[in-house]
Design a protein around this ligand. Structure first.
Ligand code: ADP
Ligand code: MG
Length: 723
């Protein structure tokens, strides 16, 4: 029994309302946990109230009136032995006027503030008080709710569900609570951690709170049982620490956070294990092409590059598909790593696809790979949306026949018309720019399934790669090629724009090149375009002596490419650009970047943009222009501080996670990854570590527990990451 409709006392509207909250089962209802708690277990003397704190007071109404100035309000004064408290209602019904008659005994609950006449409560909840009005025995939970569903109703519904799951053994710990008994005794007798396959679920009606984990597991972590935790969170005792409860710092909260993190670990491990059962070409280590390439290379690889090349190479030799994420800060040299992987596949007769999110970047890769591979007598096909029909058909034929060993392109690569003779490796650059379906579509073009290498310059903080990304293998390039001078970042108020323009002029006259990045205008692409056009016109006027170019997302691909080619070749000195240049663009001679309205951009975006300079040996500068009005929000201020003080992408990503939560990083995570609703990766980092270890142990030793645990928590996770 787990369906809400099986609780006979639940009405249809109630069930419909619960469904609006995403609750469709009794289990789900029990996991609908309080947002906060209010303490109605004690009555506070009015004199002892504290400004800004909630309190419950009781007394007699000694005065009540409806006033009309400054605005209509119902005002009453409640008196107890210690003093008086003003009750103020700005919206009220005639019935409330009647209920607040002088002489009425009333119990009120609300936040206490200093008002004109001393302490007051605005819109307190009121109950008539009499001899029989008891104080609550437990802290009163406040739940997330929806229109049409009152706190009282949802509390009652949860109380009923809890009652169904009441554990009949006598309480073994602490004071008795209404409808709540500690279940330690029962669980420890049911679950024996020394037994390899404990029978975890009792057959009675207590299924929803049955323990999924061997007792040894949670006891070792000093966590209470699942049922104890659920009961205690819905009905905490009056002596519970309200602060700890609201900060999710009690053992009971931690137990549920742990459970949720564990479910995520388990499901990711299962994905991972499943992948290992799929076939992929096993590609031996390269003995000719890679050594030749190394000889031709104008630079020596960094140790970090060597390390990740070896990791990828080992993966390719495996008979199951690689799914490896290559992380390396902007400019760390991921492209050559991709090239080495490609050469290993090509040497053994497999084709390689390299997909990039923008035409600019795809073109740049095409050129770079041509430089590298043509001397090795290899053929490259080039595929984008903007080619002529003839070029496209030629490329398609070469890919289908296997004549082209490497196909470089944009989204055009995974279209239906593209067939490979033998795709062995799919490389996806700037993977976060692609959706899961797109990456999958490319993978489908090989038989058996090709290996997949995903590259990203957006570093994923450790807690994230341990959680949401735990099903992927990750390689990290953690050093930059030598000889780069660090980028100097400057924060400059927009009022000093003229100085900056002067600086741009000087830099360009001295033979270097500059980017001028127009602000991101999320609300309107048209407006963004206009800003770019205006800026371009303005720059042409300001700098008649310079060749100024413009690139933005709405230009035809061929136009964009022409502009980028001119900038690359040094024919354009100042490039006005929208954020289209954010990813991948590599023009080493550009050593100055100005970003307008930097306060609007996200941290990773700023970091990516800044990474377009500092690619050559010259000292580079990135100037962040910000609007100096005082309205600069706290987050914007915090972001600018982070980007100003740090150049290490990992630190910046960690700060980004802290400021914005994991949402941004998860944009393109595959569906099927359970979202965390209770646990918080920063707060619960220690539990994440434990969950990881426990997951491995459970999969090996308690497969039955794994299934039960996933069953409970995966249905709770419900909403999966959007693709
Ligand atoms: P990203 O990791 O941002 O994709 P790229 O692969 O575009 O970086 O490399 C940035 C620049 O550094 C390129 O011009 C590339 O040729 C150069 N590069 C890569 N590896 C090295 C190295 N080991 N030594 C010197 N330069 C390198
Ligand atoms: Mg790159």
């Amino acid at each position: 029994m787990n369906n809400l409709s099986e609780i006979k006392t639940f009405s249809k509207p109630l069930i419909a309302n619960l469904q609006k909250l995403g609750i469709s089962t009794i289990q789900g209802l029990l996991l609908h946990l309080p947002l906060r708690y209010i303490d109605e277990t004690r009555i506070t003397a009015i004199r002892d109230c504290r400004q800004g704190f909630e309190a419950q007071c009781e007394g007699e109404i000694v005065h009540a009136e409806v006033t009309y100035k400054p605005r209509k309000a119902l005002i009453a004064r409640l008196e107890d032995a210690s003093g008086q408290l003003t009750l103020r209602f700005l919206h009220f019904y005639p019935s409330q006027i009647a209920a607040l008659k002088v002489g009425t005994k009333l119990r009120v609950y609300g936040e206490v503030r200093h008002g004109f006449f001393g302490y007051e409560m605005v819109h307190p909840t009121c109950k008539t008080a009499g001899e029989k009005t008891m104080v609550a025995e437990t802290l009163t939970p406040v739940y997330p709710t929806t229109a049409g569903l009152t706190q009282a109703t949802i509390r009652k519904a949860i109380a009923i569900a809890l009652n169904l799951n009441k554990i009949s053994h006598p309480p073994s710990r602490g004071r008795a609570r209404v409808g709540v008994e500690s279940g330690e005794g029962e669980e420890s007798s049911q679950i024996d951690s020394t037994h390899p396959h404990p029978n975890l679920l009792p057959s009675s009606g207590k299924v929803q709170l049955a323990e999924t984990l061997p007792a040894g597991v949670y006891k070792l972590l000093n966590l209470p049982s699942f049922s104890t935790s659920i009961h205690a969170l819905h009905n905490p005792t009056p002596d519970a620490n309200l602060n700890a409860l609201e900060n999710h710092a009690t053992p009971e909260w931690r137990r549920l956070e742990f459970d949720e993190l564990l479910a995520q670990q388990l499901s990711m491990r299962k994905h991972y294990i499943k992948r290992r059962s799929i076939n992929a070409p096993s590609i031996a280590v390269s003995t000719t092409l890679v050594p030749q390439m190394l000889q031709n290379l104008a630079f020596t690889l960094t140790n970090s590059q060597k390390k990740v090349i070896a990791e990828i190479s080992t993966d390719l030799t495996q008979p199951h598909p690689m799914q490896r994420l290559l992380q390396g800060d902007v400019g760390s040299g991921k492209t050559i790593v991709a090239c080495m992987a490609a050469l290993q596949a090509i040497e053994h007769g497999w084709q390689v696809a390299l997909m990039a999110p923008t035409e600019i970047l795809a073109e740049q890769h095409y050129k770079k790979f041509s430089q590298w591979l043509v001397p090795l007598n290899l053929n490259i096909a080039w595929l984008t949306g903007s080619q002529s029909k003839k070029e496209r058909e030629l490329a398609l034929t070469n890919i289908a026949s296997g004549h082209a060993q490497l196909a470089v392109g944009t989204h055009a690569l995974f279209q239906d018309a593209v067939t490979f003779k033998s795709l062995g490796l799919a490389i996806i650059d700037e993977q976060h720019r692609f959706g899961v379906q797109q990456r999958l579509a490319l993978r489908k073009k090989g038989e058996p399934e090709p290996h997949q290498l995903m590259m990203s310059a957006t570093p994923i903080p450790r807690t994230l790669s341990m959680s949401y990304f735990a099903d992927l293998d990750v390689s990290v390039i953690d050093e930059l090629p030598p000889g780069r001078t660090p980028i100097v970042t400057k924060l400059v108020s927009d009022e000093r724009r003229d100085e900056i323009l002067q600086r741009v002029r000087e830099a360009c006259m001295a033979g270097s090149q500059a980017y001028w990045v127009c602000p991101l205008i999320e609300e309107s692409e048209a407006l963004q375009l206009q800003t770019a056009n205006d800026t371009f016109a303005h720059m042409q006027e300001t700098f008649p002596e310079l060749k100024v170019g413009l690139v933005h997302g709405r230009m035809k691909p061929a136009e964009k490419q022409a502009v980028m080619a001119q900038f690359s070749a040094g024919a354009i000195q100042l490039l006005v650009a929208t954020t289209v240049i954010e990813v991948g663009v590599d023009v080493p001679n550009a050593s100055l970047m100005v970003i307008e309205h930097a306060e609007r951009a996200g941290l990773s975006q700023l970091h990516q943009l800044r990474g377009r300079v500092g690619r050559g040996a010259a000292k580079s500068t990135c100037i962040l222009l910000y609007q100096s009005d005082k309205k600069l929000g706290e987050i914007a201020r915090a972001r600018l501080k982070v980007i100003f003080e740090n150049t290490d992408g990992f630190i910046i990503a960690q700060a980004d996670l802290h400021l914005r939560g994991p949402g941004e990083f998860l944009g393109t995570r595959q569906s099927g990854v359970p979202m965390l609703k209770i646990a918080d990766l920063e707060r619960d980092a220690d539990l994440l570590e434990s969950a990881k270890n426990v997951a491995d142990k459970l999969i090996k030793e308690y497969p039955q527990a794994v299934e039960k645990h996933l069953e409970r928590w995966m249905s709770h996770a419900g909403e999966l990451v959007k693709v």
